[in-house]
Design a protein around this ligand. Sequence first.
Ligand code: NAP
Ligand code: ZN
Length: 347
Amino acid sequence: MTIKAYGAHAGDQPLVPIDITRRATGPDDVRIDIAYCGVCHSDLHQVRAEWAGTLFPCVPGHEIVGRVAEVGQAVTTFKPGDLVGVGCIVDSCRQCEECADGLENYCNHMVGTYNGRTDDAPGHTLGGYAQAIVVDQRYVLRVSHAEDDLAAVAPLLCAGITTWSPLRHWKVGPGMKVGIVGIGGLGHMGIKLAHALGAHVVAFTTSEGKREEARKLGAHETVVSRNPDEMAAHRAGLDFILNTVAAPHDLDAYISLLRRDGTMALVGAPATPHPSPQVFNLIMKRRSLAGSLIGGIPETQEMLDFCAKHGITADIEMIRADGINDAYERMLKGDVRYRFVIDSASL
Ligand code: NAP
Ligand code: ZN
């Protein structure tokens, strides 16, 4: 079927309306009428070819929520009318150790929701800035939030799981002091989730204007990282840091804040590398520097169910599809509270 979408034909071109084709619903497929799609900073990196390997036309979008329109004969767990989500993954090899462990995000053959190789035309996947999507049931998530919350659930499909997965992996919970660096789409979810998991949360921002807002999101303390005295007050005081910053910066400023055996996990994926950290800053207190990529399908479902139970959604600003280029410019300035979401009805 042919549907309306928004995408770009080259990295230096703005996003424009594009007609795209979705495959017919196969036996294991779920066709979803997309209601809303969140706008991730990764969309901007990819569509502007800041990361290597962007395939054009590029239709971004991997924070998809909507309603099931049609299911294939072999689909038993979803039916038309169900509220569902699709995140960053639409296929994987299903045979490797990572897939068996429910960590499809680390499968060598993981197919991203956009820019992934596929047999469907045009040879690569096209994402959620579109009216509909067809996805194998294995990669479709159940949404149990109230329907009124649907737009604010969309960002959980990437910003939510990308912060949830490392928070859980590094066992964040009561008795731990946790830093969240960069209060954008990912960071604001990191604050909410770390708070809900019972940790003492310290938010780090470059934006003075977010100091009070971070507290309202659930941070117990906020540090404006441009202020050296505020940073020094947390030296060797944090058990775990989740760094979501989308631009290269001095990692040592944060590594110094880890206690003995503390870890900083990087999820921000800037187009150019961070300056390499000082080895002595790591070895003196046996600190670790790590990375984490989105999350697997079972843990995404776990996160969605946790958020539904605890009444957690993203703070969003709804936009029309034709506002996407302006939204990207605002995102680059850190001027978003805290996630843009496209209303698919405007396509
Ligand atoms: P975002 O909404 O733009 O938030 C990024 C935040 O980082 C900004 O709000 C700002 O927070 C801070 N920041 C930005 N530029 C900065 C600079 N030059 N210096 C210091 N701080 C700066 O982006 P997002 O959607 O949360 O994504 C963040 C990053 O994570 C992107 O690189 C994205 O591609 C990546 N990502 C990775 C994964 C993964 O699986 N690892 C998944 C999704 C996204 P303050 O105003 O508070 O300083
Ligand atoms: Zn994303």
